[in-house]
Design a binder for this molecule. Structure first.
Ligand SMILES: Nc1ncnc2c1ncn2[C@@H]1O[C@H](COP(=O)(O)OP(=O)(O)OP(=O)(O)O)[C@@H](O)[C@H]1O
Length: 135
């Protein structure tokens, strides 16, 4: 009878090289964030805002759920801004000359950032508003 599978069983262990590839992919992702951070002023502003928000979070001893909302809002803005940066780069590569579709792609990507930022603003106002301006 076949031996039951366990997480340490050689059958379930990923093949050699898979972990190396996963680690390499993680490295590429970190390199992407770093490259965008160096070239995009908007991301540098987000970085400063993130430090301020995290500092305020510790100062006001946010509750667990408040931290969760703030983390989601901050990550949402970063993710939207990174995707926007990627779409801008690809658009410039594919269509350096003016094209309505290139403009649409950039406008839609920028719209995603705007929505994420508005959501983060609402979360920030609801979480920090009562703490910053107690009645
Ligand atoms: N190749 C293009 N064809 C048509 N319209 C374009 C093109 N490139 C840019 N645009 C228009 O100009 C706007 C600004 O584009 P741009 O590449 O300067 O991005 P941006 O909003 O200034 O972002 P960032 O400041 O992060 O570079 C776009 O949203 C789009 O409407």
């Amino acid at each position: 009878m076949a031996e039951p599978a366990s997480p340490t069983s050689p059958r379930l262990r990923p093949p050699e090289g898979l972990w190396r590839r996963r680690v390499a992919s993680f490295g590429h992702a970190v390199r992407g964030v770093w490259a965008a951070l160096r070239s995009e002023v908007h991301l540098q502003v987000h970085a400063v805002a993130t430090v301020v928000v995290v500092g305020l979070g510790f100062y006001y001893h946010l509750a667990r759920l408040e931290w969760a909302l703030v983390a989601l809002a901050v990550a949402g803005v970063w993710a939207a801004e990174l995707v926007n940066t990627a779409i801008e780069a690809l658009t410039d590569l594919a269509s350096p000359a003016y094209h309505p579709l290139a403009g649409k792609a950039k406008d839609v990507a920028a719209g995603a950032v705007l929505l994420a930022a508005l959501g983060a603003l609402v979360v920030g106002a609801l979480v920090f508003g009562p703490k910053l301006f107690p009645q």
